[in-house]
Write a protein that binds this ligand. Structure first.
Ligand code: HEC
Ligand code: HEC
Length: 241
């Protein structure tokens, strides 16, 4: 089904939700309900998910506070002609890739549920420009060593890209989920797990592909656009690798 098919389905009922304080029920319109879903990890029913859409996507024209996400800002997303570097030509499919792979949604969001329609209305509400260009998405295929950068830059990159999920270096303090490993201590097992491969290369593989050599994990992958090789090199210096 096309992007248009998802769009034309009307959002019928006003959804009534309990307000944040829990006392009185507060009616919200479709886009508002969609934003609540967007910011709520419980949007995925999986008990193994701690991510919301907002964990990986800003919604402002430029991400605030220098945050460096794996995913693009979704400002104007509904106006883009295609997604995931042209790999997805249907907006709901582009969303479902994230929903299933990263949020462990067991089933794809259907086109016609109130939740899907509300999410769509929200994405449209943050897409004010009728035309927006598709954004490039370059996957680093072959994992190679990168020149190391400065410690100072590495710290900035860690805080902007990794810390929200992984917490503080060495302790994991403040991490989003217990499932996110403590960095760089987790690499201590790599000689056993990945014999003969330099630890830095295993970390580059993980960050670039979100998985180890195509197996396992729900960490998102970082394209070249979301993390340059120069910033990867600085990050490795900060991780002591
Ligand atoms: C764990 C991180 C993560 C989560 C959670 C996540 N995404 Fe994504 N998303 C990505 C990455 C990485 C990409 C690929 C880069 C890109 O295109 O933005 C992406 C791509 C997309 C795209 C395509 C953007 C484009 O122009 O190419 C859409 C749309 C999208 N996500 C919507 C969502 C929605 C809606 C949710 C919640 C249901 C969600 N994502 C949850 C990481 C995530
Ligand atoms: C959206 C949350 C999120 C972000 C952002 C994130 N990670 Fe992860 N990361 C995870 C989770 C969850 C795991 C454990 C599950 C898995 O392996 O995918 C993980 C696992 C890892 C591992 C593998 C640990 C092992 O099992 O050996 C490494 C290495 C890693 N992350 C490095 C990074 C680096 C470096 C960054 C920043 C560029 C980063 N991560 C950003 C969530 C995240």
């Amino acid at each position: 089904m096309s992007h248009t098919a998802w769009k034309v389905l009307p959002f019928v009922a006003l959804v009534t939700l309990a307000s944040a304080c829990g006392d009185d029920a507060k009616p919200v319109n479709a886009a508002e309900y969609g934003e609540l879903l967007f910011r709520d990890a419980r949007f995925s029913e999986s008990q193994f998910n701690d991510f919301s859409c907002a964990t990986c996507h800003a919604t402002t024209p430029t991400p605030l506070n220098g945050r460096m996400d794996s995913g693009y800002t979704l400002y104007n997303v509904a106006s883009r002609p295609h997604w995931w570097g042209g790999y997805e030509t249907n907006l709901l499919d582009a969303v479902n890739f994230c929903y299933v792979s990263f949020m462990r949604g067991v089933q794809k969001l259907p086109e016609d549920s109130p939740q899907s329609r509300a999410l769509y209305e929200y994405l449209v509400s943050i897409s004010p420009d009728a035309q927006a260009p598709a954004l490039p998405y370059t996957v680093v295929k072959d994992i190679q060593e990168v020149p190391r950068g400065s410690l100072e830059r590495g710290q900035v990159v860690y805080q902007a890209a990794c810390q929200e999920c992984h917490g503080a270096l060495h302790t994991g303090e403040g991490r989003l989920t217990e499932m996110a490993s403590i960095l760089p201590e987790v690499t201590h097992d790599y000689d056993e797990l990945f014999p003969g491969i330099p630890h830095s290369l295993v970390v580059i593989e993980k960050v670039r592909h979100g998985q180890f050599f195509h197996i396992g994990g729900n960490m998102p992958a970082y394209s070249l656009e979301s993390l340059s090789d120069a910033d990867m090199g600085a990050l490795l210096t900060y991780l002591g690798l």
